[in-house]
Design a protein around this ligand. Structure first.
Ligand SMILES: *Cc1c(COP(=O)(O)O)cnc(C)c1O
Length: 433
């Protein structure tokens, strides 16, 4: 693109296009992307002297296999020649049936019923609706509250917002109009730190105290993402399963960020060997190609809903089960099926660990942590986002820090050299921010 064309595009962008978590008109000009291949995004105009950047964010957890992957491209093209979309009410198709069957097989336990929807937030809405309706159908409509631990993030729609972190989160503005949920403390941090029995005792007491009103507990297992990039011991998830079973409360695990290998296991719940009653998947489901998410539930939940006065789950997004998205998701699962992702995630993780080893000694750095293919540098102050973004770009890497966090969850296909660039960029961003 010519410099004039870029300027013109940005002027129209500022005038007409709303960006995530941004005011209108936008405050800062975004970078214009013209294409992407492998782990690199190409820019219309060089930024800090760089015509292309390694995507350290994998487009928010999604692009696990890299951009323009031949197998995913081919799957999309092949499906495009058949049918790219058709309504799901009264109709079905092979890509959706195949995908649902495979997700049911990959999920733990008896999570065998699959609701395909169009985004993670909707998957969370569907999960909560399933739980609320389960109790309503069983004659217990007063069981409509949800318990979660603080520090979580579950999406931006209204019921999803109600279970996000009420304080540090992005949705504090709405606390007076959202459904009032029950909040436990954030589980103590550290993947390797043993479970604190005093914490689990308090958690159990809280669930017990509210059980008569609770439909479900919803949490992100092992890794809390957009709520603060915290890791906790899988034992807390195991304890939560025990506690919810004893209190007869449903357990929803939101694996929209953690699913498909990101934490080193296929699902984060696999670290804990736990089967929830409802499971949410999204983000990397299509390898970052198209918007698709899924909510899985057990026969017990489905039976409970079906036994009610209104036996249907009244939810049906227009683009439910989109064939194009399902076909690409199937191709992404093909790539994961061989299990090579495990080795890739380990390689990315050890590269992050090595490259960030010295970062904890930097002034202003509070904590450095790595789990699976996720690296986090937490500062003791809010990041200067523009300065940190520029510093990362000078190292040839795209990062998008927020709050006090400089973090990366790169595509699994990054080479050791790519990851070395990512950790150099994180270090530079932490120094600049
Ligand atoms: C991103 C995310 C969501 C919301 O997904 P969208 O596709 O952005 O609506 C929900 N839960 C978790 C854990 C997420 O990381």
């Amino acid at each position: 693109m010519t410099p004039d064309a870029v300027t013109g595009l940005l002027a129209l962008d500022r005038r007409h296009v709303w960006h995530p978590y941004a005011p209108m008109p936008g405050e800062r000009a975004p970078l214009v992307v013209t294409s992407a291949a492998g782990v690199r995004i190409r820019l219309a105009a060089p930024f800090e002297g760089r015509p292309e950047l390694i995507d350290g964010m994998a487009s928010w957890w999604a692009v696990i296999h890299g951009y323009a992957h031949p197998a995913l491209d081919a799957a999309a093209r092949d499906q495009l020649a058949r049918v790219s979309h058709v309504m799901f009410g009264g109709l079905t198709h092979e890509p959706a049936v195949r995908l649902a069957t495979r997700l049911a097989a990959l999920a733990p336990g008896d999570l065998e019923h699959v609701f395909l929807c169009d985004s993670g937030s909707v998957a969370v809405e569907v999960a909560l609706k399933m739980c609320l309706q389960y109790w309503r159908s069983r004659g217990r409509p007063e069981r409509h509250r949800v318990l979660t631990w603080r520090g979580g993030y579950h999406g931006d729609t209204l019921h999803a917002m109600s279970v996000c972190d009420p304080d540090g989160g992005m949705h504090g503005l709405w606390h007076d109009i959202l459904p009032r949920q029950v909040f436990a403390d954030t589980p103590p941090g550290g993947f390797d730190d043993p479970v604190d029995p005093a914490y689990t005792a308090r958690l159990a007491a809280l669930v017990e105290r509210h059980a008569d009103r609770l439909a479900a507990v919803i949490v992100e297992p092992v890794v809390q993402g957009a709520g603060g990039m915290r890791f906790h011991h899988p034992g807390y998830v195991r304890e939560l399963r025990r506690i919810t079973e004893e209190a007869d409360v449903l357990l929803v695990l939101d694996e929209i960020a953690t699913g498909f290998g990101r934490t080193g296991e296929f699902l984060a719940a696999d670290h804990a060997r736990v089967t929830p009653d409802v499971l949410c998947l999204g983000k990397a489901l299509t390898g970052g190609y198209l918007s698709l998410a899924a909510t899985l539930c057990t026969p017990e939940v489905a039976r409970g809903i079906s036994a009610g006065e209104t036996p249907v789950l009244a939810h049906g997004p227009t683009f439910m089960g989109n064939p194009l998205a399902c076909a690409v998701a199937n191709a992404s699962l093909d790539l994961l099926e061989g299990g090579a992702w495990r080795h890739d995630v380990r390689r990315v993780g050890s590269g992050l660990r090595d490259g960030l080893a010295a970062a904890s000694d930097l002034p202003g750095v509070r904590d450095v942590r790595v789990l699976g293919a996720i690296g986090v540098v937490q500062l003791d102050h809010p990041v200067d986002v523009p300065a940190a973004t520029r510093a990362a770009a000078r190292e040839g890497v795209w990062l998008r820090p927020f709050r006090d966090l400089v973090y990366a969850m790169p595509p699994y296909v990054c080479t050791p050299e790519d990851i070395a660039a990512v950790t150099r960029a994180m270090t530079a961003a932490a120094k600049a921010g």
